[in-house]
Write a protein that binds this ligand. Structure first.
Ligand code: ZN
Length: 276
């Protein structure tokens, strides 16, 4: 395929992504998700740092009782994360009173809980795929120095990238289409985000790349990717702003990976898999 044709494909997928995100944010499904999100407290910068230092992969954090209200139970043996909450004199003056101290409050990450599904605009990619495409993705990861393992990660975690350990973990319990999408997402993190402090930008870039590359491989991941990008952007317009700023990074990385998959397909015969 010529370079121009390749660029057109990436270009078209990128436009579909932006239109799809805007459209999603007008649906009932999105509104249901927003209502749920508003139940979670927003944390101070200090507490966000505290959470990240104890559990870098944390996605959604709430107290034991909030999880219970949402129909989820903290798993036995899970260790609490601690955030600080101000101690204020009890008076009618409300939140503006000066705190006289602080106390540690235990909270838990979504992945430490089990129970009812939370409303989500993301639906797992159920497409059946050829296992050899996953093997190609493992080889791409290996060429970047990352080893891929497939294991049970719990229902709410699809993939993890650990840059320091040069490791990518994929949830073996997911359908293969979702595993491939997660793998491309984590490979994008491996390529771009080893030291990226902006988690929102990192997640939006990785998922957009995954969507474009999946498209190139003939698999539609829109039912997952649009919601993922929109939720990390906390809305259609702010997600699109990140997309606009990251457009070149997304397109360049997606093109590189599409090319790697094309090469993998043509060189597949006679090579051994690197998947563990
Ligand atoms: Zn990610």
């Amino acid at each position: 395929m010529s370079a121009t044709a390749e660029t057109d494909i990436t270009e078209n997928a990128f436009s579909r992504l932006t239109a799809g995100i805007l459209n999603l944010c007008t649906t009932d499904r999105w509104m249901e998700w927003l209502t749920m999100v508003n139940r979670f407290r927003s944390y101070s910068a200090r507490n966000i740092l505290l959470i990240a230092s104890q559990r870098p992969e944390a996605t959604r954090v709430a107290s034991y009782s909030t999880w219970k209200r949402l129909g989820r139970q903290v798993r036995k043996g899970e260790k609490a994360l601690y955030i600080v909450a101000p101690l204020r004199p009890s008076s009618e003056e409300g939140e503006d009173t000066v705190p006289f101290g602080f106390r540690y409050v235990p909270v838990f990450d979504l992945a430490q809980t089990e129970g009812d599904d939370l409303p989500s605009p993301c639906e797992v990619v159920a497409a059946q795929i050829d296992r050899s495409t996953i093997e190609d993705a493992c080889r791409i990861a290996a060429s970047l120095g990352f080893a891929v393992t497939f294991q049970e990660l719990g229902r709410d975690t699809h993939g993890v990238c650990r840059p320091a350990a040069k490791a990518i973990e994929i949830n073996a319990g997911d359908p293969e289409g979702q595993q491939l999408k997660s793998l491309i997402h984590e490979i994008s993190h491996a390529m771009l985000h080893a030291s990226c402090p902006d988690r929102t930008r990192a997640e939006i870039e990785a998922e957009s790349i995954a969507y474009i590359v999946m498209n190139h491989l003939g698999i539609d991941s829109s039912q997952y990717s649009f919601g993922y990008v929109a939720t990390w952007g906390k809305g259609g317009n702010s997600a699109l702003e990140v997309l606009r700023k990251s457009a070149t990074t997304i397109r360049t990385t997606a093109l590189f990976l599409c090319d790697q998959f094309d090469r993998g397909a043509s060189l597949r015969i006679g090579r051994s898999a690197t998947c563990a």
